[in-house]
Design a protein around this ligand. Structure first.
Ligand code: SF4
Length: 269
């Protein structure tokens, strides 16, 4: 197989993904009651150096790495998902859509924003968050120090619910596998859930009393990825004061990403 050239950043990211997967697998073995695993003598505890002891490093032949996912592979996978979504008729939402809206953005995003579903503008243009709520989201992304092209923006359901109603639980269940496939390709460092439907659609809840107002600003986890629920931009259009809560949540996101949060916006902006 021909070698694929990737950047150092992508290589580090790929390696850290492998380590995370391995750690999760070991956790899973522990949950299954398995307390020991076979390991190479090279990493057995007795062969690890005592702290403070200089390590002897002998030349080693280069180890073959697992083939990384190239930009072309990731783009092709996302395109294939989008094509499947465009032809999907799994739930009733396909009947009235102009076009499906799979989502768009960077294939290696720091942040994946997930909203509820396409509205009228999104249904017309085939792009996520391009209406008034989209403009609000763009302002938020810009304040965070990113452009829209540097993050990925998607929704829980890919087709517009009639009259912009909330998607039904069965519609979200039918559509969620597409989002799960996208997340597996994108491997975002952080997921931001915008509003109640994104939260309810992606994170199993123990109780219907756990609402977006109660969980926003608190770290959750989806498939090992830190996940921050916050209010939907359309809620901010109706309740501008909630922008302060959302901004606090995004500051937590930036800190988690190792970025210095910019100063809070001046009131009224
Ligand atoms: S909302 Fe999702 S599951 Fe339903 S038809 Fe559209 S793509 Fe398919």
């Amino acid at each position: 197989m021909a070698n694929v050239r990737i950047t150092r950043r992508e290589a580090k990211r790929h390696l850290s993904g492998l380590v995370d997967d391995l750690a999760r697998h070991i956790d899973f073995l522990g949950e299954e009651g398995i307390t020991e695993v076979a390991c190479s003598p090279a990493i057995a505890p007795e062969s690890l150096p005592v702290p403070g002891t200089p390590r002897k490093i002998s030349p080693q032949p280069p180890m073959p790495l697992a083939p990384p996912v190239s930009d072309a592979d990731a783009s092709a996978e996302l395109k294939a998902i989008a094509q499947t979504v465009a032809a999907c008729k799994k739930c009733g939402l396909h009947a009235k859509r102009r076009q499906a809206v799979p989502g768009q953005g960077n294939i290696y995003p720091d942040v994946l924003f997930i909203g509820e579903g396409p509205g009228e503008d999104e249904d017309k243009q085939g792009l996520a968050f391009v209406g008034r709520a989209g403009q609000m989201l763009t302002r938020l992304i810009t304040r965070m120090g990113y452009t829209r092209d540097e993050v990925f923006i998607a929704n829980i359901v890919k087709c517009r619910p009639p009259n912009n109603r909330k998607p039904l639980p069965e519609e979200m269940n039918m559509c969620r596998p597409y989002l799960e496939q996208q997340i597996a390709v994108l491997k975002p460092k952080v997921i931001v859930l915008l509003g109640a439907s994104a939260f309810e659609g992606l994170i199993p809840r123990d109780s219907p009393w756990i609402t977006i107002s109660k969980v926003r600003g608190k770290w959750l986890e989806y498939q090992g990825i830190p996940t921050m629920p916050t209010f939907h931009p359309s809620y901010l259009l109706r309740n501008p004061a909630a922008m302060w809560d959302v901004w606090n949540d995004m500051q937590l996101v930036l800190t988690r990403l190792g970025r210095t949060p910019p100063p809070a916006p001046a009131k009224g902006k």
